[in-house]
Design a protein around this ligand. Structure first.
Ligand SMILES: Cc1cc2nc3c(=O)[nH]c(=O)nc-3n(C[C@H](O)[C@H](O)[C@H](O)COP(=O)(O)OP(=O)(O)OC[C@H]3O[C@@H](n4cnc5c(N)ncnc54)[C@H](O)[C@@H]3O)c2cc1C
Length: 387
């Protein structure tokens, strides 16, 4: 497995780093305070091709391989976790879903505007009674001639207020076994009966918004069904395997940001007549942060490389997400500790990382669910087929 950066990746990262330095970082702290959606950053991201990372060039996308995609998420999250999660849902869950499961007509209709940033995507799986147990969802889609009538509601939907196209999972056959009861749909936001509900106030990632959404007999044309009837649940799980590599990369970027802040601060801050970086207690924290960070990075690149090479990657993706998300939380915690009381202040950035990093242990499967997935792979003795 090759992790050395190709010339193409070096050029891509150079452009992404400039975008982060000039456009993202100067706004990130302010956006966190105002909880304002990063419209300008998304427009600039679209110009760089970052809204079409999973979209083939034939449909106007950048068609990045999974390792390059992970490198990009890492850089973005280093500047803004909130922007990283918006782009991750749009690329790894929505564009990827249409690229992998969409009909030619669906791909022609949606991929070019998604890749150009004219459309923003959202992914609607979670419900009040269906979180970790996603197959317990209650949203219903009843076939009625050439439409499905969609009814129910979803929670925690990232970007819902700004998104144009939603990948929605709903029960089409309540009598079928759970894994065959659910179907995926592409739902446009302006359909009558589709409403965007309350925006949640949350701990971190504040400029990425999450809302409740609901459907009251929304008429979704049969042509907007994504994949076959009854195949929505395996599709959701396979998409989450890919998404988890992105979340792991996001966590790596946040852990790197925590280390960056800490290295600078530890050398600037003097106590007892010398920089605190001279103190062994601080050096140990820095050493542990850097070592865990590299381990998380390697696990993430490994999962991405397995996917790139067409090998089974579900186990590796869960391991990377489990380890990288904990590493990010611990790195942000250490960053606050190294900053002392200043770490607790908004101005120094470490507390934002701490609040943002926590989400990586929750979404796209909590850490407990990652352990469950990992244990199942181990006990089965095999990995899931490449998906
Ligand atoms: C910022 C943010 C953005 C999100 N964006 C989206 C989005 O865009 N689209 C979307 O569909 N969802 C989204 N989610 C929802 C997210 O995926 C769920 O919150 C997550 O899957 C956990 O579900 P839950 O919150 O219902 O927790 P629960 O499933 O109720 O879990 C509660 C606790 O029980 C544990 N637990 C549950 N089952 C088991 C088990 N079998 N074994 C061991 N422990 C278990 C969990 O790990 C957790 O600790 C988002 C969430 C957040 C926080």
């Amino acid at each position: 497995m090759e992790f050395g950066r190709t010339e193409e990746q070096r050029l891509l990262l150079g452009a992404v780093q400039e975008f982060i330095r000039k456009i993202v970082v100067p706004r990130a702290a302010g956006r966190d305070v105002s909880a304002e959606f990063p419209e300008e950053e998304l427009r600039a991201a679209a110009e760089l091709g970052l809204m079409g990372m999973a979209v083939p060039e034939t449909h106007g996308g950048a068609d990045l391989d999974p390792v390059s995609t992970a490198l990009v998420y890492e850089e973005i999250a280093r500047g803004s976790g909130a922007l990283a999660v918006i782009l991750s849902v749009h690329n790894s869950l929505v564009c990827e879903a249409i690229r992998r499961y969409g009909t030619e007509e669906q791909q022609d209709r949606y991929l070019p505007p998604l890749a150009s940033g004219n459309l923003l995507g959202a992914y609607a799986l979670t419900e009040s009674g269906a979180g970790s147990d996603a197959a317990a969802l209650q949203t219903r889609a009843r076939r009625n001639g050439d439409v499905y009538l969609l009814s129910g509601s979803k929670l925690f939907i990232t970007s819902a207020e700004h998104a144009d196209l939603f990948v929605v999972f709903a029960v089409t056959d309540p009598e079928a076994r759970r894994s065959r009861a659910i179907t995926a749909f592409l739902v446009e936001r302006d359909l009558p009966g589709f409403t965007i509900g309350k925006k949640e106030r949350k701990l971190g990632l504040r400029s990425s918004e999450i809302n409740e959404i609901s459907f009251a007999d929304v008429r979704v044309p049969t042509g907007c069904r994504l994949g076959d009837e009854g195949y929505g649940f395996p599709m959701a799980l396979a998409l989450l395997d890919t998404g988890r590599i992105g979340i792991a990369a996001q966590a790596v970027g946040m852990a790197q940001a925590a280390l960056d802040l800490s290295l600078v601060y530890a050398q600037q801050r003097h106590q007892f007549g010398r920089p605190i970086a001279d103190l062994q207690a601080i050096q140990w924290m820095l050493a542990d942060m850097a070592t865990r960070l590299e381990a998380a990075r390697l696990l993430t690149y490994r999962a991405a490389a397995l996917k790139r090479d067409g090998d089974p990657f579900g186990l590796a993706a869960s391991q990377a997400k489990l380890f990288a998300s904990r590493s990010a939380v611990e790195a942000a915690d250490a960053a606050i500790q190294i900053h002392g009381g200043y770490g607790y202040l908004e101005e120094y950035g470490a507390e934002r990382l701490y609040r943002d990093a926590k989400a990586t242990e929750l979404y796209e499967g909590t850490s407990e669910i990652q352990r469950l997935v990992i244990a199942r792979h181990l006990l089965r003795g095999t990995s899931t087929p490449a998906s």
